[in-house]
Design a protein around this ligand. Structure first.
Ligand code: 5CA
Ligand code: ZN
Length: 428
């Protein structure tokens, strides 16, 4: 898929600090990418009902990470998938009487437009499940070949009676559970809630995840070779798309916290068995955004869409700041008040930038840059970064630079403007 165009990112003087990130699997703060380069995979959308504020917040978290990495001198490789064939997408297409491919294509397009408006850095590689089907099928065959997967007897609703659905055998993986660290009862409950099928008869373990779904009437399918006709399971999709591009042991696997289990646990399990473990070094998760105290989700229908806000004339930079007012790991609720506060903050910063340059404003601007860098390197502390800028803006507005600045020291605070642009993605 063709990603959206990249926003310009100013290069700042000096260099940012190594970025510490919270790792879900250990609970520790770790240097997210110790080498000269960073490899990041973030789970992409299932293209229907995009782009709501929850999606936007998750992608913004990993946008901040990439901006901090780049500022620290790292070369970043970013990959994102699109789950463009899966049960919920097919169900929605059927419900609405539209072709599933058209639904996916239109939502992917809308998502790209939203991402561009929000100035998110695009992935270098943006891969749909559909285009990856042959590679995913090969990975499933490899898991079967090494005894880590099994085939159920054909289900009554299958198109052909030859081959049944293929499941991963979790007992083949001694590392299973290491990403989420959850107990079995919680795993069972989450599996039922989040796309698994623990009730399905015939599985060796109720938690065993689907790898390949044999063709059913009215559902799209592809030739899976020895697997028969079918379509890929969800977790193995991300395993293959991530490792094919980034290699095994890439730096950060990211997504919202609703993906910790089963999705990231299962993707890591498949990856560890197919390639040399670990699948990823660090697992990072953004908190859930809600509306009126409930998780914002397609199934609940309580969505605030980025495209609707834009159509109503809301500036995307204000949406960005409304999201960044919350730490990426916390769960929070979207409110009108939060958006109004963000718009007011944006206006204050703009006014401060217009008058906050000159001498001695330079030293204050350099201090702002250093403080922003250390806030963001500390597990992407965006609220802390906003507080640094609020304090600077208050001072700059209280004592503006002289109306006739001395030569070469214009009144505009260019360094702060560049820092906010490069690190927070907000143009002032
Ligand atoms: N296609 C899969 C991932 S492979 C998927 O979860 N798609 S999604 O469209 O449901 O979500 C896309 C991304 O947004 C995921 O990273 C998910 O964790 C995140 N997300 C979904 N809902 C929310 C929410 N309410 N708050 C924060 N992030 C969310
Ligand atoms: Zn995924």
């Amino acid at each position: 898929m063709r990603p959206w165009p990249a926003p310009a990112v100013p290069v700042l003087p000096g260099r940012g600090e190594p970025v510490l990130l919270h790792d879900t699997s250990t609970g520790a703060l770790v240097v997210a990418a110790p080498g000269p380069s960073a490899r990041l995979y973030v789970c992409g959308i299932t293209p229907y009902d995009a782009t709501h504020l929850g999606h936007a917040a998750t992608y913004l978290a990993f946008d901040l990470l990439q901006r901090a990495w780049r500022d620290a001198g790292l070369k970043v490789r970013y990959v994102q998938n699109v789950t463009d064939v899966d049960d919920p997408l097919l169900e929605r297409a059927t419900r609405d009487g539209v072709d599933w491919r058209e639904l996916a294509a239109s939502q992917v397009e809308l998502f790209a437009t939203d991402m561009e408006a929000l100035r998110l850095l695009p992935p270098a590689s943006w891969v749909g499940a559909v285009e990856a089907v042959p590679r995913i099928a090969a990975a499933v065959r490899a898991l079967v070949a090494r005894g880590a997967a099994y085939t159920l007897p054909p289900a009554p609703d299958q198109v052909s009676s030859a081959d049944g659905d293929v499941y991963a055998d979790l007992s083949a993986d001694p590392r299973f559970g290491s990403v989420s660290g959850l107990g079995r009862a919680t795993m069972l409950a989450l599996s039922a809630e989040r796309g698994g099928d623990p009730q399905r008869p015939g599985k060796r373990d109720p938690l065993d995840p689907l790898l390949w779904r044999a063709a059913r009437e009215g559902e799209p399918s592809w030739d899976g070779g020895t697997l028969g006709a079918g379509r890929p399971g969800w977790h193995v999709e991300c395993t293959v798309i991530a490792v094919d591009d980034l290699g095994s042991g890439f730096d950060v696997q990211g997504g919202g916290s609703d993906l910790v289990f089963p999705h990231h646990e299962m993707s890591a399990s498949h990856g560890g068995l197919l390639y040399s473990p670990p699948f990823a070094r660090v697992y990072a998760h953004a908190g859930m955004v809600g509306l009126d105290g409930e998780k914002m989700s397609k199934s609940k229908g309580n969505l605030v869409l980025v495209s609707k806000l834009r159509a109503a004339g809301v500036e995307p930079a204000a949406v960005r700041l409304a999201v960044l007012a919350h730490h990426y790991r916390s769960d929070w609720s979207w409110t009108e008040q939060g958006l109004d506060d963000a718009a007011a903050r944006l206006a204050r910063w703009r006014a401060a930038v217009a008058v906050g340059g000159g001498e001695p404003g330079r030293a204050a601007q350099e201090a702002v840059l250093a403080d922003l860098r250390s806030r963001l390197a500390d597990d992407l502390d965006a609220p802390g970064a906003l507080a640094v800028l609020d304090a600077w803006a208050a001072t700059a507005l209280a004592a503006p630079a002289p109306a006739v600045p001395s030569e070469g020291t214009g009144a505009r605070a260019d360094l702060v403007a560049d820092a906010v642009d490069a690190l927070l993605g907000v143009a002032l």
